[in-house]
Design a protein around this ligand. Structure first.
Ligand SMILES: Nc1ncnc2c1ncn2[C@@H]1O[C@H](COP(=O)(O)O)[C@@H](O)[C@H]1OP(=O)(O)O
Ligand SMILES: [Mg+2]
Ligand SMILES: [Mg+2]
Ligand SMILES: [Mg+2]
Length: 400
């Protein structure tokens, strides 16, 4: 009798231990799946174990498709406009390209956040402009059906387009997967038929992992640059290049196409044995970087050739493929905070091509601070071996 009650007690206590264990396990699993829902980068896309080749592929295709729109807008709307004050072509291109790219991100990576430059509130009030953008956007597609389907095919409606534009309002930050999108960078260049870029970067836990930049007006094979005019002379007259990079896997370029991606080739910065022979790039707009200070830095480095002036992140792309060596963006205003979409893709492309990208103090650009590079001032990009010398010169000129 005593032994049978002792047995019962033993069985009961085992049951209690087992059910406690099961309960603990199920709570742990639930928390983990909730955690995974909140932070998808910790689950199926763990950065330590994955390559970002699918993200790069989608980014390149999405950028390529968006350039079909920006070019159509340019040829239909901007080219030959009598009044250069008319900013509507760039507005149409900006909103349209943003809608097309966000659609592609949503289709492939539905849990990711997006920090994009534009938002649709003003567009919702301007029915004519919205209808005009929809007229152009609804027909844009890659000629290769498989590639186009991968991006989600045509957008469903004008309303759908407006809603999608507004999905780029993430506050950014240092946690999770965040895409940074500038649908048209270098709007001034776009309007004058010069350089502009469609730029998309993927930031994971504050670190840029992938970048893709389409530059419809850069020559495919830029062999030389004319230091007097900034013109980049290729062997052919073909224009339109798609640049990309994955962290740790190098940078590439390929011609922009209307369909599937064209074959790519690796790119790298040019070796510069004598810094005095380096070519430096800067923006066309004097309001965006201090051209006087840029020139003073170049002079201190013994550089006598004039700067090559290009609008947009085409500057990052140019130095990444050796058409130019140093990119200087010294601040004009003390309080201007650079935007993450103006630098994320360019930063990774240059670093993967053998360069270094820092602010004027020599600190890496910090993409974890939200929608702006709040922790940085200005941008200095150069081949790794030269960066120290350039920063020293910047510090002297700016009295840092
Ligand atoms: N004061 C400023 N300093 C630096 N960049 C600026 C300033 N004002 C605007 N920008 C940004 O510079 C980028 C173009 O750079 P670049 O001259 O090298 O082509 C644009 O995205 C533009 O942003 P925004 O979209 O607000 O016009
Ligand atoms: Mg921009
Ligand atoms: Mg822009
Ligand atoms: Mg803008």
């Amino acid at each position: 009798m005593r032994s049978s009650s002792a047995n019962l007690l033993r069985v009961l206590s085992r049951l209690v231990v087992c059910s406690t264990l099961i309960l603990a396990l199920s709570v742990a699993l639930k928390t983990r799946s909730r955690f995974a829902l909140l932070f998808p980068s910790f689950s199926s896309h763990h950065p330590a174990t994955m390559s970002y080749s699918q993200e790069r592929y989608i980014a390149e295709l999405a950028v390529q498709r968006a350039t079909l729109l920006t070019q159509k807008v340019f040829f239909e709307k901007a080219k030959g406009t009598v009044s250069k004050d008319d900013k509507s072509p760039v507005t149409i291109g900006d909103f349209g390209a943003q809608a097309l790219i966000i659609q592609a991100i949503r289709k492939n990576f539905p849990n990711d956040e997006i920090v994009a430059e534009e938002e649709a509130s003003s567009l919702r009030e301007d029915k004519d402009l919205s209808a005009e953008i929809w007229r152009l956007v609804k027909d844009i597609k890659l000629e290769d059906a498989e590639s186009d389907n991968l991006l989600g095919g045509p957008l469903a409606s004008e309303q759908n387009m407006l809603d999608i534009i507004d999905e780029g309002k993430s506050a950014g930050g240092g946690k999770g997967r965040i895409w940074a999108l500038d649908p048209i960078d270098g709007t001034k260049g776009f309007l004058r038929g010069g350089q502009y870029a469609v730029c998309l970067g993927l930031i994971v836990d504050g670190d840029v992992k992938v970048g893709a930049i389409g530059t419809p007006n850069l020559p495919v094979d830029a062999a030389t640059i004319d230091a007097n005019t900034g013109a980049q002379q290729g062997e052919t007259n073909d224009n339109g290049v798609l640049f990309s990079a994955i962290l740790g896997e190098g940078a590439t370029s390929r011609p922009l196409s209307n369909g599937a991606l064209a074959p790519s080739k690796p790119i790298s910065m040019r070796p510069v044995p004598d810094i005095a022979q380096a070519v430096f790039c800067e923006g066309v707009e004097a309001a965006h970087s201090a051209q006087g200070d840029n020139a003073a830095v170049a002079e201190r480095l013994g550089i006598t050739a004039p700067s090559v002036r290009l609008d947009s992140q085409a500057k990052y792309c140019s130095i990444a493929r050796g058409s130019g060596d140093i990119y200087l963006r010294l601040p004009v205003k003390k309080d201007y905070q650079e935007k993450i979409w103006d630098h994320a893709a360019g930063d990774i492309i240059v670093r993967e091509a053998g360069g270094q990208v820092t602010d004027i103090y020599g600190a890496r650009l910090d993409f974890s601070k939200g929608r702006t590079l709040a922790a940085n001032k200005g941008v200095v990009a150069a081949p790794k071996a030269l960066q120290g010398q350039v920063i020293d010169a910047v510090k002297v000129v700016l009295k840092l």
